[in-house]
Write a protein of this length. Structure first.
Lengths: 324, 322
């Protein structure tokens, strides 16, 4: 663990969605930290709150959703206390930017790729149009785009999925952000293209000195690209640590179950399954939200919410099996 | 030698592309282009490849759900590629399919008992209490219960819907089931349950599967033999062991190395391919992989390699492997 100040620190973040069916408690006390030049993987199953965490950092939660508590400290200031115009002028797209799952639907189909990137540059930096275009081409080149001058003049529909994702990443990097949030950046891409994009994301840290929060449900991607991993379940980070801590010395029963459920090469016999299903977050289980499915659940698990315990330096677990 | 359950010879499926004022045919998408394969009784035959390579079209064409452009499909010694409609319908008792997306492959206006029982009704095999009995029996096989009979598809989770899809395929007691990415819309913990169920059913009922997926670890876990597809062609096929121990085609190697494996200690040489998957509308001449192949030579652009046997059932289509 880096003892120095983390780049981003989230404490007790709670985001709720007020739907007509009831209040969806999507995030219920998320704690997370991302160090400088670090690639943190945020992993979990559908609906566990990975994307909501990413969007909450940028305060992009739209009604009926609302961030109701906690703090997100970035570069010494709490993002939740900033005014909206400060957020959009200083933070969003400048210091923290985001790349989404479906590249072609997050680009504007009516503008060329180059003009969309230079728009982002001109919004945050005092440069003229020509200089912005020049920088747009140069950033496209740096993301490994073949023939960047031509691509800059093309529309999103003319690009393949992999190219469009490169363009999205180029746009996100255009203002030299300190943190890039990549939300499932490869799940709509083919495996061989996915490998290209992941290689690019790994390079970001050395080339651009950008930290990355990589949101994914693919444990393979996490194992191969991330330095640190946070495992989420039903709106909580239940285990956090070094990538080897999580894969080799994981402590939480859910992490254990999740890892064992993935088919591995050269295995035989039945796959491990976690009993039950993911809970409804309108009426989540009391205490530890995993307790109804947990093979190790005890009485206290249904009554109290476990707090984070550091089992090894830099490796924390939120489970009653481990007490300091 | 025991005859294979299904034999496919020279199967082609071209989709015409129309354009212009008169909707003239401008070209063809060669989704499946001259594919030969054999599927043995009681095996799980895995078909792997990237999106758009023609896996689904091949799976559907084997059952004539999409009419093949040309080629022969022989199922249990009967050439089904030119059966007429009524004979084909009888033959469909033996072959079923489970679709990829459990959210769009179940009729939202029907109750589970009607979705699962539809095949029995169409073929006139059961009615009344017997129909209900057989539907229930198949629901129980896939881990659903009596109370689920009168519910609609939207009331179920993704995993349960896929179970309904499997029950629908099983109800006619088929011999052969094409499973088209049955778990790609599901989370890993749900996927594990469905995969366990599918393997259990396959053993208990002596089924033969064609298992289509782009997820290599799932294919490896499920299959006995595997075929790798690239832009409408099978580039390599063999037993699971042979293919994973000794992949020969440069595409297979790159594909295998690109699959992320959940083990941070595993240090592998990643082969990162350049460029994009070509469009099947204008596949590259010669070997279709040559523009991305790190070993491509001049003759790869000219001649199309044939799928040749290198070692007992291990076949490769590459000029560089003799």
């Amino acid at each position: 663990m880096s003892d120095e100040k983390p780049l981003l620190k989230i404490r007790d973040l709670r985001t709720y969605f007020y739907t007509y069916k009831g209040v969806v408690k999507a995030l219920e006390g998320v704690n997370l930290r991302i160090g400088t030049n670090e690639l943190l993987g945020l992993v979990g199953e559908t609906g566990c709150g990975k994307t909501v965490t990413g969007l909450s950092i940028l305060r992009l939660i739209d009604p009926p959703g609302k961030i109701i508590g906690g703090e997100i400290v970035f570069g010494g200031e709490d993002l939740l206390k900033l005014r909206e115009n400060e957020m959009s002028e200083r933070i969003r797209g400048k210091k923290i930017s985001m790349v989404f799952q479906e590249p072609r639907s997050s680009l504007n189909p009516t503008y060329t790729v180059g003009s969309q990137i230079s728009e982002a540059i001109r919004l945050h930096q005092r440069v003229d149009k020509r200089e912005a275009t020049r920088r747009a081409v140069s950033i496209l080149r740096q993301t490994g785009m073949p023939d960047p001058e031509r691509i800059a003049g093309e529309y999103p529909h003319e690009l393949s999925g992999g190219m469009a994702q490169r363009a999205m990443i180029a746009m996100a990097l255009s203002c030299d952000p300190e943190l890039l949030i990549a939300d499932e950046p490869t799940s709509s891409l083919d495996v061989t293209i996915e490998a290209q994009i992941l290689e690019l994301i790994k390079d970001l840290i050395t080339k651009f000195r950008t930290s990355v929060l990589l949101i994914t449900h693919d444990l393979g991607i996490v194992a191969e690209t991330c330095d640190k991993v946070a495992v989420m379940y039903a709106g909580n980070v239940i285990e956090y640590g070094d990538v080897r801590d999580i894969f080799k010395r994981h402590r939480h029963p859910y992490t254990e179950g999740l890892l064992n459920a993935v088919p591995k090469l050269k295995m035989s016999g039945e796959l491990y399954t976690i009993k039950g299903t993911v809970p409804n977050l309108i009426t989540p289980p009391t205490g530890c939200r995993f307790h109804p499915r947990c093979p190790e659940a005890r009485k206290e698990c249904s009554e109290f919410k476990p707090s984070d315990v550091e089992v090894e330096p830099g490796h924390s677990v939120s489970c009653f099996l481990y007490k300091g | 030698m025991i005859r294979p359950l299904m034999e496919v010879k020279g199967l082609k499926k071209y989709f015409p592309v129309k354009g212009g004022v008169f909707q003239r045919v401008k070209g063809f998408v060669r989704a499946v282009d001259d594919v030969d394969l054999e599927i043995k009784r009681r095996e799980v035959f895995g078909l792997v490849g990237e999106s758009g390579c023609g896996k689904t079209t091949l799976g559907r064409a084997c059952l004539r759900l999409t009419e093949p452009t040309s080629g022969e499909i022989i199922f249990e010694d009967v050439n089904i590629s030119n059966l007429n409609l009524s004979d084909m319908q009888k033959m469909r008792l033996n072959v079923q399919m489970v679709f990829q997306d459990p959210f769009s492959s179940l009729d939202p206006r029907k109750m589970v008992k009607d979705i699962v029982g539809e095949g029995l009704v169409i073929h006139g095999l059961a009615k009344g209490s017997e129909l209900k009995e057989r539907v229930l029996q198949n629901l129980e096989r896939v881990g659903l219960k009596k109370e689920h009979l009168y519910r609609y598809a939207h009331e179920f989770s993704g995993g349960q819907r896929q179970r309904i899809g499997v029950a629908r395929a099983l109800v006619l007691n088929p011999k052969f089931i094409v499973l088209d990415e049955p778990t790609s819309a599901l989370d890993v913990s749900v996927q594990a349950k469905i995969l366990n169920l599918l393997l259990k059913l396959q053993k208990e009922l002596g089924l033969t599967y064609m298992f289509i997926s782009h997820n290599l670890s799932v294919i490896e876990y499920m299959s006995d033999r595997i075929a790798v597809m690239y832009v409408g062609k099978i580039v390599e096929t063999g037993t699971k062991l042979e293919l994973f121990e000794n992949p020969l085609h440069p595409y297979t190697r790159a594909l295998f190395s690109a699959i992320p494996i959940p083990d941070p200690d595993l240090k592998r040489e990643k082969i990162i391919l350049k460029g994009d998957v070509p469009s099947p509308l204008n596949p590259p001449p010669g070997c279709r992989f040559h523009p991305r192949c790190p070993y491509a030579e001049e003759f790869c652009e000219r001649e199309e390699p044939e799928l040749i046997d290198v070692k007992a059932g291990h076949k490769v289509a590459c000029h560089l492997i003799k």
